[in-house]
Design a protein around this ligand. Structure first.
Ligand code: ADE
Length: 335
């Protein structure tokens, strides 16, 4: 690629803004109090001993700040961070190249680690445990293994699907496995206020509350909605106030509970086609043309969080709250 067609990110686009909004100190990072406390102890103790911190795993629904935390750890500990993802590491050679190019003390962040293929996972075990890389050279009887010594590093991995991680892999995150929780509405309001300040957006009236209540208790969504409200107010030459927030977010198809069209379709299918459940996730996936994984990891967690959906041993059930919200008559589920 010539220097002319290098895709340089201009500092005006939304990708740049996402980086700008990323908190760079522990104090800037709002919410997830118990994770922050545990991480600070882990990292301070490692620093005092002069060691590289042990490997850390973050899991939880998308947008709650797993990547943000990894970058924050790098910033606060003054380490370099190299970023990759499970699906990007296609061959053992890719992993070998990443690991051998680390400098001592680096952080390696692997997003979507559940999508790492099994052969690569096996190469990762000794690298995580003993800091060695075992590479097989050649094939058949003449094949031999060479062992490379790796620089000490901290692996920080993130996944939305902890259940897909093998137990040997899980057990190697000796620094800890942390589940990110949904934020409280107050925390989301604080995140919006902080982001608005950075973006130089003046939110009037109850705008921050209107954005917060639709943000699915998720910082990524809150920041995205804030930017859309800013755009709406700019184009309509109006203040970013309560009215602009309501209209901008209604245009995006988000209701007062933060439900999107996809959420509503799923609940409506569950209620109209299956009498509110219980119904298995496979059946629900077929009825809505959504992938099972997307239903389980992206759509359902928030619906469960706000009490619209329950996962029971016999399948998914739409609650009375969901019926009321969508205007359906509620009947007790069948025994
Ligand atoms: N932006 C995204 N997540 C955040 C958080 N937890 N605190 C502050 N700003 C954020």
């Amino acid at each position: 690629m010539s220097s002319n067609d290098t895709p340089i990110k201009k500092n005006t686009d939304d990708g740049f803004l996402d980086v700008t909004l990323r908190p760079s100190t522990w104090d800037d990072y709002i919410g997830q109090g118990h994770i922050k406390e545990n991480l600070r102890i882990l990292l301070d103790a490692a620093k005092e001993r002069g060691h590289t911190a042990e490997h850390i795993l973050f899991y939880g629904p998308p947008g709650l700040g797993k990547t943000t935390l990894a970058h924050l750890i790098a910033k606060e500990t003054g380490r370099n961070i190299k970023v990759t993802s499970g699906p990007a590491i296609e061959r053992v050679g890719d992993l070998a190249s990443i690991l051998t190019n680390l400098t001592p003390g680096d952080i390696l962040f692997v997003d979507e680690i559940h999508r790492l293929n099994k052969m690569i996972e096996e190469v990762l075990y000794p690298a995580m445990e003993g800091g060695t890389l075992d590479i097989i050279i050649g094939k058949g009887p003449s094949a031999r293994t060479i062992q490379l010594e790796l620089p000490p590093f901290t692996l920080i991995a993130a996944t939305t699907r902890i259940s897909l991680l093998s137990s040997p892999l899980r057990s190697r995150f000796s620094g800890g496995t942390f589940r990110l929780e949904y934020y409280t509405p107050e925390e989301i309001e604080r995140i919006i206020a902080r982001s608005a300040k950075i973006l130089d957006v003046t939110l009037d009236g109850e705008a921050h509350k209107e954005i917060a209540m639709r943000s699915r208790r998720t910082p990524r969504t809150a920041n995205y909605f804030l930017k859309r409200v800013r755009d709406y107010a700019q184009v309509h030459k109006t203040e970013a106030g309560t009215d602009a927030a309501k209209k901008a977010l209604a245009l995006l198809g988000v209701d007062e509970f933060g439900l999107t069209q996809t959420d509503r379709l799923l609940l409506e299918a569950l209620i109209e086609k299956f009498g509110g459940g219980p119904v298995g996730v496979k059946t629900l996936a077929a009825a809505t043309s959504e992938e099972e994984g997307t239903i389980e990891d992206v759509i359902e967690p928030y619906l469960i969080q706000i009490g619209f959906l329950e996962r029971t041993p016999r399948g998914r059930v739409a609650t009375q709250r969901a019926h009321d919200h969508l205007g359906f008559e509620w009947k007790e589920p069948k025994e």
